[in-house]
Write a protein that binds this ligand. Structure first.
Ligand code: ATP
Length: 235
């Protein structure tokens, strides 16, 4: 579904991505794990068209994403939930969700999708008139995911959804990601929390200083010594 090949990204003199390649098969959850500053966010921002690579190709369903302007990429079904959620603090929950649908005209399907989001996140339904800025961190993450769902993604890209959240809330959110995937959504999950990400994902890529160091089936990476030592804090 998504084929990223030999991506090279520079920020001025900083060589942030060095020949990154990976593939995502339709219906799978693929995780990109790595430490601070490894290049995870840059990878997502490049796919979303917010950063222009110096070299490389990004193909989504046989289209060259690098030829599509960033504001049209969401319309192709490639939707990013940014790090730090970026919800609208002065809009209520439902208004935030509807912002995700602003490119769409299919009113009836939008209403169905809103009900789908409320089914996945009943807490958002209870708080539909509450201001975004007054939600807890976990609820804000749910809202950011819900807003992305309202854009009708075919590929959902999540940037560190676990960040700053209590383990029990992280578990709840990851269960929702699993539910979305079980219902056919393809997911690219960027995480520093390698343990939970690899437990959820089908395939994992480990990114270190702008390069894919190694990759494999997520369950086997959980047992891999390199991952256990560097990312799971084991001896
Ligand atoms: P984190 O988990 O800490 O967000 P990350 O893996 O997402 O890390 P990136 O944010 O992609 O890493 O950063 C990769 C490298 O590019 C880092 O060295 C970072 O300092 C640099 N970088 C990121 N954004 C910019 C920018 N706008 N200008 C200059 N350098 C940047």
């Amino acid at each position: 579904m998504l084929h990223v090949k030999e991506l090279d990204v520079y920020y001025g003199g900083i060589h942030a991505l060095r020949g990154i390649s990976f593939d995502i098969e339709e219906g799978k959850i693929v995780t990109l794990i790595g430490g601070n500053g490894a290049g995870k966010t840059t990878t997502l921002r490049t796919i979303s068209g917010l950063v222009t690579p110096k070299e490389g190709t990004i193909k989504f369903k046989n289209q060259n994403l690098l030829k599509i302007p960033s504001e049209k990429i969401v319309g192709q079904g490639v939707v990013q939930v940014p790090e730090g959620r970026r919800i609208f603090v002065e809009l209520n929950v439902e208004e935030n969700l509807m912002m995700g649908a602003y490119l769409r005209r299919d009113k009836q399907v939008i209403d169905e999708d809103l009900e789908y989001v409320y089914k996945i996140f009943p807490r958002l339904k209870e708080r539909r008139r509450q201001m975004g800025g007054t939600l807890s961190g976990g609820e804000q993450q749910m809202l950011a995911i819900g807003r992305a769902i309202m854009s009708k993604p075919r590929l959902l890209m999540l940037d560190e959804p676990s960040m700053g959240l209590a383990p029990i809330i992280v578990e709840e959110i990851f269960e929702c990601i699993k539910y979305l995937n079980d219902n056919g959504l393809t997911v690219l999950l960027v995480e520093q929390n390698a343990n939970i990400a690899l437990q959820l994902a089908d395939v994992g890529y480990v990114i270190e200083t702008g390069e894919i160091a190694f990759s494999g089936e997520a369950k086997s990476l959980l047992k891999d010594d390199r991952v256990r030592k560097a990312y799971l804090g084991e001896e």
